[in-house]
Write a protein that binds this ligand. Structure first.
Ligand code: SAM
Length: 245
């Protein structure tokens, strides 16, 4: 079988790190605390951070005492994650790989996929990520998936957004395709005198649809939370689904 191409080329690289890659991201500590609470993580547990990026959550969880593996498709991000782990004197196993093709069976007590790192593929590929997670979890294991809350996004739809850093700009123009359930984004980065255009899409979900996908993937139950860990509401910016195997 030919290995599927890893996703995210073009979108995840130098520019992403420039705009979003602060290594000591203060919010990462708070997010790690929320994960700890929502997933009832305990020191010594085996935790997989799936699509871990530059390791902001993986390294924070390792500092709290669990045994963390981080998998990502972007070598540049993994290098940054390893450097940050070394600077913080924490141990994380970083693996280069594709979230649709995980090499583990019943290995982890907990899996997280955080900060909109889901929905990059066609629907068969997206569903495959969920079945791979179920397979990688031990029986009774738990999975937290953190994405945008589509219901709120639709109510307060913003067709464009701009991030600015030291005079460089990242501009997104967005369209929501109601037939495919995809947010289709035309990203323009203006940095160091060059203009770089990156088109991409991301699948967006209501809780009801994502819950059903997770149940189809083999999870026994699924609950929904907002970004504060409380109940998911129309005002929640984030949708954190916690699925039990
Ligand atoms: C929005 S970032 C989130 C990173 C991280 N979870 C965080 O909280 O900062 C999405 C990540 O997905 C990774 N990614 C994209 N396609 C992937 C794939 N096929 N397999 C594994 N990781 C992938 C990217 O390299 C990027 O690091």
């Amino acid at each position: 079988m030919t290995k599927p191409a890893l996703g995210g080329e073009g979108r995840f690289g130098e520019d992403y790190l420039y705009f979003y890659g602060e290594p000591l991201d203060a919010s990462a500590e708070a997010e790690a605390g929320l994960i700890w609470q929502l997933l009832a993580v305990e020191p010594g547990m085996e935790v997989l951070d799936l699509a871990c990026g530059h390791g902001r959550i993986a390294n924070a969880l390792a500092a709290r005492g669990c045994r963390v593996t981080g998998l990502d498709a972007t070598p540049l991000f993994l290098d940054r994650a390893r450097d940050d782990a070394a600077a913080r004197a924490v141990k994380v196993t970083y693996v280069h790989g594709d979230m649709r093709d995980l090499p583990w069976t019943s290995q982890f007590h907990r899996v997280i996929n955080w900060h909109t790192a889901f929905g990059y593929f066609d629907d068969a590929g997206n569903r495959r990520v969920l079945t791979q997670v179920a397979h990688a979890l031990k029986p009774g294991g738990r999975f937290a998936l953190d994405v945008s809350n589509r219901d709120r996004m639709v109510r307060q739809f913003q067709s464009s957004g701009v991030d600015e850093r030291d005079g460089s700009l990242l501009v997104d123009r967005r369209q929501l395709d109601l037939v495919t359930g995809r947010m289709v984004i035309e990203r323009t980065v203006i940095r160091d005198g060059r203009v770089h255009r990156v088109p991409f899409f991301i699948r967006v979900f209501t809780f009801t649809e994502l819950r059903d996908w997770l149940l189809d993937a083999g999870f026994a139950s699924v609950e929904g939370h907002g970004e504060d860990g409380g109940p998911l509401t129309l005002d929640s910016r984030r949708m954190i689904t916690v699925a039990h195997r």
